[in-house]
Design a binder for this molecule. Structure first.
Ligand SMILES: [Cu+2]
Length: 145
């Protein structure tokens, strides 16, 4: 009889602690930023900062890029360097990247969102002629496995 009572208490205590745990403070982030990593970046003559930027494969990433000295541009290769002509893009943009990439207006934050599907190194560059060293204004996104 005593052992049955003891068992009953144990079950009750176990149940109580499970329920208590469930009531803990909500630590889950709101849905919209749950799986989006935001990376702020600056564009200026003749660099992107920070670069390279590392993201995890499978992650959704939002770049927030601000050109601080004049208008610049952002155009990125959607296939990784050294890739042997993959059929699927390694980076998936939403909305899709246009021919000349995105224009980065001075002082305005441009949001660029993508999902990194395939590990590798993706080079981007400035797509607005911004001066004598425009051609070397480049950066890299590295998608880690
Ligand atoms: Cu440029």
């Amino acid at each position: 009889m005593r052992s049955i009572l003891m068992r009953g208490w144990c079950v009750l205590i176990a149940l109580f602690s499970v329920l208590k745990l469930g009531e803990g403070p909500k630590r889950i982030a709101p849905l919209e930023d749950q799986d989006v990593r935001v990376i702020r970046m600056i564009a200026k003559k003749y660099e992107f900062l920070p670069s390279p930027v590392h993201v995890k494969a499978g992650m959704r990433t939002q770049l927030k890029i601000t050109a601080i000295d004049r208008d610049h541009g952002f155009k990125i290769s959607i296939v990784p360097e050294d890739a042997e002509a993959p059929i699927h893009p390694g980076l998936e943009f939403n909305p899709l990247q246009r021919n000349n990439g995105w224009k980065l207006k001075k002082g305005e934050e441009t949001k660029i969102e993508f999902v990194a599907n395939t590990p590798g190194t993706y080079e981007f560059r400035c797509s607005v002629d911004c001066g004598i060293h425009h051609g070397r204004m480049k950066g890299q996104i590295v998608v880690d496995p």
